[in-house]
Design a protein around this ligand. Sequence first.
Ligand SMILES: C[S@@+](CC[C@H](N)C(=O)[O-])C[C@H]1O[C@@H](n2cnc3c(N)ncnc32)[C@H](O)[C@@H]1O
Length: 212
Amino acid sequence: MDILSSSIANYLDDLVPPRPAEMQKMEAYAKAEGFPIIGPACGQLCYQIARTMGATRVYELGSGYGYSTAWFAQAVKENGGGVVHHTVWDKILSEMAQAHLGELGYGELVHYTLGEAVEALSSADGPFDVIFMDIDKEGYPAALPVIKQKLRPGGVLLIDNMLWSGRILDNEDGSAATQAIRECTGMLVSDQHWAVSIIPIRDGLLMATKLA
Ligand SMILES: C[S@@+](CC[C@H](N)C(=O)[O-])C[C@H]1O[C@@H](n2cnc3c(N)ncnc32)[C@H](O)[C@@H]1O
């Protein structure tokens, strides 16, 4: 089950300004291969949040071939420059990202790490303005303490797939991924140090502000 009807999802995507040809190629690849990128409407929202915050330091956990990275890189570039960390454990995807993001003119902005994303974040120099998480869902709960430590006060955590095609509401779904999303949501909403909303766009984008 998609959380939005396809007509509403298409309407939201159609409102997003045209992307550069290289990003359109990335979108076409996702469609052809069934690769789960965040897509235009959610990408635009991530860009807008980072741009509005004046973010210059962004850390991505689970970056694929760089589509979500491109949205954050656009925001950071327009904010005057900084760094966007791309992390993924697939060599081919990291190489694809380097090619795409170089072509988009973000080569200088993006720092690439090949390996397990949460481990990489734990040894990265923080703090970060924005951390975006899109790794295997089973890894979400264990990532939270590391994220909390690396995000600046007032910084924003964005997490993809937090409505999980509606499966979080299916009491018969006790799969590890679904349980991990439920656990991650529970950890955030019960912690007074976070202000949390789930935006029902794409597959549910959770936004959590780290309160000072
Ligand atoms: C959903 S895709 C990322 C899509 C990307 N955020 C976008 O919208 O363009 C997740 C990627 O992260 C990788 N991945 C999953 N868990 C990971 C982890 N713990 N560490 C590093 N990479 C991971 C997956 O193999 C996959 O390539």
